[in-house]
Design a protein around this ligand. Structure first.
Ligand code: DAH
Length: 347
């Protein structure tokens, strides 16, 4: 019997050593230690032994069982560790492989120019504000001194929402003058960039939606000289100190006196022609109109509860797309809105 037990032990340890999977181990456990297992079969024969031999064999049988159990546990953890090792190796991420680059966009060229303009005016102490694109006719026209029947109020030019023509898509950023003056007491300097809308067919210089930047300064003793100083500072900041510009008298209902400011055409350099042909960018004028401006009309100040005897102010409204076209030497307005990356990538 002793021989039998030792044989069982040797065989068991050898086959446990050879088992490579948890399933194989389990099969062996049943075969070796289970109720119908080899060891149990031997133990059943204990009854046949003499009383002296029984405890000796019992002890030996127990030590064989203990060795098998220890080996079983050992193999179990070894197999488990090996499996884990293999899994980790298979799932390993190589952090040294270069990543896939996600193409990074950049600010739209028009917004780059807007940012430059804002920076200049913020440097001059202006506050930048935002306002609604859906506007009341009273703000867009009436309180800006634009009377009923004025051509700019015409349904052929303006997108109205109602039959009574009281709600519209703002045609200019000038209503921001009224909105700002309603809520602020002078002195103040404000800048209001935003989208405006007009019933225009799109061509090289027109679009039914475009951007304006409104400016408004009100204080005691503000003069046309302050207006020119602010606009020249802005122009030189954007186009450089060599840039040629001119002021022309004009008429706007909400300023008195009023003017327009032009810059020299960046395409033909003011000559109005290129290789004997009329310059298509300025239509032969040699100049490109950039903005309207003037001294705020006393009626407009009164409409906002500001005393025109004590305060005066200037205002301006410029076309952002025109500014960007000049700054970036773009010849067709539609390129700005097409969002073709081949175009955008150039800036
Ligand atoms: N709102 C005018 C336009 O769209 C531009 C303008 C002219 C704005 C004179 C002003 C201004 O603030 O004073 O044509």
């Amino acid at each position: 019997m002793k021989e039998q037990l030792e044989q069982i032990k040797r065989n068991a340890l050898a086959s446990l050593e050879a088992a490579a999977t948890p399933a194989a181990l389990e099969e062996l456990r049943v075969k070796l230690l289970g109720k119908k297992g080899e060891l149990t079969a031997v133990l059943k024969q204990m009854g046949k032994l003499s009383p002296e031999e029984r405890p000796v064999m019992g002890q030996l049988a127990n030590s064989v069982r203990a060795s098998i159990e220890t080996k079983l546990e050992e193999r179990k953890s070894a197999i488990h560790a090996a499996a884990l090792e293999a899994k980790l190796a298979a799932e390993a991420i190589d952090v040294t492989i270069p990543g896939k680059a996600v193409p990074l966009g950049h600010q739209h060229p028009m917004n780059q120019v807007l940012q430059q303009i804002k920076d200049i005016f913020v440097g001059l102490g202006y506050q930048v504000v935002d306002g609604p694109e859906v506007e009341l006719a009273s703000y867009n026209f009436t309180r800006l001194n634009i009377e009923e029947g004025h051509p700019s109020r015409d349904r052929s030019d303006t997108f109205y929402f109602d039959d009574g023509d009281t709600v519209l898509l703002r045609t200019q950023t000038s209503p921001m003058q009224i909105r700002f003056m309603e809520n602020h007491k002078p002195p103040f300097c404000m800048l209001a960039p935003g989208r405006v809308f007009r019933k225009d067919e799109a061509d090289a210089t027109h679009s039914p939606m475009f951007h304006q930047i409104e400016g408004l300064v009100v204080d005691e003793h503000i003069t046309m000289g302050d207006l020119k100083g602010a606009l020249i500072t802005m122009m030189q900041g954007i186009y450089g100190t060599e840039s040629a510009m001119r002021f022309r008298p004009h008429h706007f209902p909400f300023t008195e006196p009023s003017c327009e400011m032009d810059m020299q055409c960046h395409k033909c350099h003011g000559t109005g022609e290129i290789n004997g042909q009329v310059c298509s960018t300025c239509h032969g004028e040699g100049w490109i109109e950039l903005l309207g401006a003037g001294m705020v009309h006393p009626e407009v100040l009164k409409n906002c509860g500001i005393d025109p005897e004590k305060y005066s102010g200037f205002a301006f409204g410029m076309g952002l797309e025109r500014m960007a076209m000049g700054r970036l030497k773009i010849n067709d307005l539609r390129l700005i809105f097409d969002n073709d990356v081949r175009f955008l990538n150039q800036f």
